[in-house]
Ligand binder design. Structure first.
Ligand code: ADP
Ligand code: ADP
Ligand code: MG
Length: 444
């Protein structure tokens, strides 16, 4: 048995390790910029798939599939980002007789399109964020529908992801400009320009549920992650459980997440994202049909290895926890450490890491593919490490994170380490009193 990992960085290592533990062979692929990367060194086999830009390598389906066929792999794990949510790639894998560790092509098509996903959720009886019924084709139509929704509202790309393709519109005069800007950004980033409108909810929390579903229709949720601490719609700190979610809401939202999984005939690990507003109403926002960056916080509180579960489900096994009620134990936090310069509007800060020391110890986990001497190349995502802690309760988790961030040493490049320390030490974080705009209000 052999798995090809069509990804790089920390998630490639995460999948490699899970495969090693399961005694499954591993094949890494890498771009020219990544020839010295750890995933290349740790895999049983490794093959270069092209030049440094993602479109020439990690997004190059032909090159990846050629390696997969020639190396005779049984499955491909796509990680997150890159091809992980591409139904076309999934279909090509099938046509090449290679398994895909992820949901069915049809599920990816339906849930990858945010408009269709909302339709499915709605049909399943789950409240969705109010907005246009489907995509909006013209500016005139947008203006007309916007009047029924009211301002402020969001223009969102149906195919969007990673916080891209979203525009806030405060007043009618701004709608035309935002409509065009969102369409263009969507076309440039996702290759399709469909957009829709959504009511801009006031100070919501981003609460998402991890789900697992096997091919026999067994489905569970593994509790929530609170990802409300975002900078410009990108997640910065994540935690499980949420500091403020009452048990009855957890149960209702978890049931809604499982309904989404059933309604889309889901296979594997997925995430259902909701927005929760202060009166306790929650709304389906989107579903991500892949492993998520912040999956470790769920692993820490449930004790479930989500990547191993993904692999075993793809191999046709039943969910390992289908008959055991899941218990959430303690509290976990994750801080994303990015190579970026907070003093320069968080601009990416690639370069050579001259010295690196990661914190460790009881309840501390670091997921990263960096090492002393490694180059952070400018071609990909700027995330360099995820610092994850697990404490018996939230207060202990916060102390551990403070101590871990204090110990973390990355020299040679600029990072958001101090920004993270500021967040973790803040009163609003200690009190769990935050929402999706808190960080944008904190400073620039
Ligand atoms: P998560 O949703 O797991 O928290 P992010 O939203 O930070 O993760 O996205 C993880 C990675 O995947 C980032 O590199 C992001 O740019 C990329 N990504 C997410 N969604 C898409 C998409 N629809 N198309 C392309 N890249 C995406
Ligand atoms: P992506 O696919 O890029 O992750 P999402 O649709 O998940 O896009 O939205 C990203 C973030 O934008 C959310 O976590 C939330 O902070 C904010 N957001 C999205 N839709 C709304 C909305 N209708 N009202 C308020 N905030 C929203
Ligand atoms: Mg999202």
């Amino acid at each position: 048995m052999k798995i090809l990992i069509a990804n790089r960085g920390e998630i490639a290592l995460r999948v490699l390790r899970a495969a090693h533990e399961l005694n499954i062979g591993t094949v890494a692929v890498y771009s020219m910029a990544d020839k010295d990367a750890l995933h290349v060194k740790l895999a049983d086999e490794a093959y270069c798939i092209g030049k440094s830009f993602s479109r020439d390598s990690y997004l190059n389906m032909e090159n990846i599939l050629s390696v997969a066929v020639l190396a005779q792999v049984n499955y491909i794990h796509p990680g997150y980002g890159f091809l992980s949510e591409s139904p076309l790639f999934r279909r090509l894998c099938r046509e090449c007789n290679i398994g895909f560790i992820g949901p069915h092509e049809r599920t990816m098509e339906l849930m990858g399109d945010k408009v269709m996903a909302k339709e499915i959720a709605k049909k399943a009886g789950i409240p969705v964020v109010p907005g246009s019924d489907g995509e909006v084709a013209t500016e005139e139509e947008a203006l007309r529908i916007a009047r029924t929704i009211g301002y402020p509202l969001l223009v969102k790309a149906s195919s969007g992801g990673g916080g891209k393709g979203i525009r806030i519109v405060e007043r009618e005069e701004e709608l035309k400009g935002a409509f065009t800007a969102s369409k263009n950004e969507a076309l440039a980033n996702f290759g399709s320009d469909g957009v829709y409108l959504e009511k801009y909810l006031k100070n919501p929390r981003h609460i998402e549920f991890q789900i697992l579903r096997d091919e026999f229709g067994n489905a569970v949720h593994l509790g929530e992650r609170d990802c409300s601490l975002q900078r410009r719609k990108q997640k910065v700190v994540e935690e499980s459980p949420s500091p403020t979610l009452p048990a009855d809401l957890r149960q209702r939202m978890g049931e809604a997440a499982v309904k989404c999984a059933d309604a889309s005939d889901y296979l594997g690990a997925g995430t259902v994202e909701f927005l929760l507003v202060s009166d306790g109403s929650f709304y389906f926002m989107e579903m991500n049909t892949r492993i998520q960056v912040e999956h470790p916080v769920t692993e820490m509180v449930t004790g479930v290895d989500l990547v191993k579960e993904q692999i075993l489900i793809a191999l046709g096994q039943e969910l390992s926890m289908k008959d055991k009620p899941l218990e959430l134990r303690g509290h976990a936090l994750e801080c994303r450490i990015n190579a970026e310069d907070p003093a320069n509007n968080f601009a990416p800060s690639p370069g050579n890491i001259s010295f690196l020391h990661f914190p460790s110890g009881n309840g501390i986990r670091v997921d990263s593919a960096c090492y002393s001497g490694a180059d952070i190349v400018p071609f990909y995502d700027s995330m360099v490490a995820k610092i994850i802690v697990h404490g018996k309760d939230r207060a202990e988790a916060i102390s551990k994170m403070k101590s871990a961030l204090y110990e973390l040493t990355i020299q040679g490049i600029k990072t958001n380490q101090e920004y993270q320390e500021e967040i973790i030490s803040s009163d609003f974080f200690r009190d769990g009193d935050y929402h999706t705009l808190t960080l944008d209000h904190m400073r620039g």
